[in-house]
Design a protein around this ligand. Sequence first.
Ligand code: FRU
Length: 480
Amino acid sequence: MNLPTEVRYRPYQDWTQEEKNKIAENVAKSPWHSGYHLEPKTGLLNDPNGFSYFNGKFQLFYQNWPFGAAHGLKQWVHTESEDLVHFTETGVTLEPDNANDSHGAYSGSAYQVGDKLFLFYTGNVRDENWVRDPLQVGAWMDKDGNIEKFKEVLIQQPDDVTEHFRDPQIFDYKGQFYAIVGAQNLDKQGFIKLYKAVDNDVYKWELVGDLDFGGTGSEYMIECPNLVFVDDKPVLLYSPQGLDKSELNYDNIYPNTYKICQSFDTEKPALVGASEIINLDYGFEAYATQGFNAPDGRVLTVSWIGLPDVDYPTDQYDYQGAMSLVKELSIKDGKLYQYPVVAMAELRHSQEDFSDKVATENSYELELTIPADTKTELRLFADDKGNGLNLTIDTESGKVILDRSQAGVQYATDFGTSRECDLNAGQEATANIFVDKSIIEIFINKGEKVFTSRVFPLEGQSGIQLLSGQASGSYFELKA
Ligand code: FRU
C-alpha cells in the first residue's frame, strides 16, 4: 500500500493507543487469517530475521512495520518455538530507536555467543536529505529477552559499495565466525562481501574480500545472502534483485535463488565449484529465505511469503505477509530438497481418503501420488462455478503448472497468473500440499520442487476437485 513517507517514518511513540486499537480492529476483520502460519499481529511482515537456536528454543524474528500494510520504519519482532511448528510472540522487539538504526532495524541474523544471543543487523540511517548510510550493527539478547544494543558500529559502509549494503548473516565455519553482507558496487551490480570476526570477537569484523560465488553481476543488488552447509556442501541462498532473465527464468518481481557449491575457500575468498543459479521456489511468492545450521545437525530455512513492491488484498485490513513453514534442507543426487520439518505431522488431525474429499475448511494437507505418464489436474479453493486454483501435474511431459487466474481475489497480475517448473518426464510424482486459508505450499517429490503462494478465496471457495487424470492418497485436516 502506498502511504506518505511522514506516515511510514512517524516515530513509534507518536502513535496513540487509539490509533493502534483501530489498526488492530481492522486486522481482526480480515477473512483471510492463516491458522498455522505465522502472521504479523498488525502491519507488514517481511523477511525472517535472526533464525537461530538459543536458550533451549528456536528463535525467529520477523521484519515488521506495525502500523499498516506498507514498508515503513522497520523493527524486528521476536517469536520462539520448541517444535518449529508453533511460534509464539514473546513481546520482545528490536526497535529503531537510536542514531545507528534511526530509519529502521533492517534484516540480519543471530547466533549464540557465550550465554547471550548476538543479533547482527543493518541499521538503516538517513540524514536530513534522505541520504542513506547503511550500518552493520549489533545487539545482545539475554535469556530474559532483554535487548542491549552495541554502541559501536560493527561494519561501516565500504568505499566500493553504494547505499545498498545490508543483511549481515553470521555463521560459524570450523570454529571461526564469518559474516556475509549483501551489496551493490559502484557499477550498480550485486555482490557479496565476506567478513571475519578477529579472535572470534563479534565486536571486531575484518574484511576478507568480495566472495566469488560465480555471480555475473547481472542483478543490481543481492538481498539477504545466507550460507549454509548441507552435508558439508556450501549452499548459498540469496535474493538477486533485477537479475537478468537470460540468466534465470523467473516471473516474480524478484527471484529467490540458490547455488550448491563444492567447497568454501576462506582465503580467496570463494565458493568453489558453484552450480548454476537455480530458483529456490517456483510459486508466486517466496523471498528472503533465511537458513542456518542448527545445533541438532539439521539445516533449517524459512521464507517470507510475500514480495517487495507488491500490494496484497489484505492491505485494506492493515496487514500483509506471512512466514512459510520451516523447511529442512537436504541434498540427494546432487539436487537440493526443501521439505517441512517432521514435526509438521503433529498438526494432522484426521485422515481421509483423498478421493472422498470434496468440501474443506481450507486447512489441510494432501499427500498424493500421481502415476507416471498422466496429466492430472486438480482444483483447490474451488467453488461450484468453475473458479479455483488449478494445479496441473503432468508426469507425461514433465511439468507442474499452478494457475491462479480463476482463484479468489486477483492481484499482482502484471507478473502473470501462472507459474510452472519442469519435472523428469515419464516418472511417478508425489505432491504434499499444505493449504492454510490464504496460503498454499506445494512440495513436489518431497521437496525437489516447491511452489509457495498466496490465494485470497472468496466466500465458499474451499472445495477440492479432481478435474482429470489420477491422484491417490490422503487428506489430512490440519489443526491450527
Ligand atoms: C528484503 C529487504 C532487506 C532489508 C529489509 C528491510 O526484503 O529489502 O534487504 O534489510 O527487507 O525491511
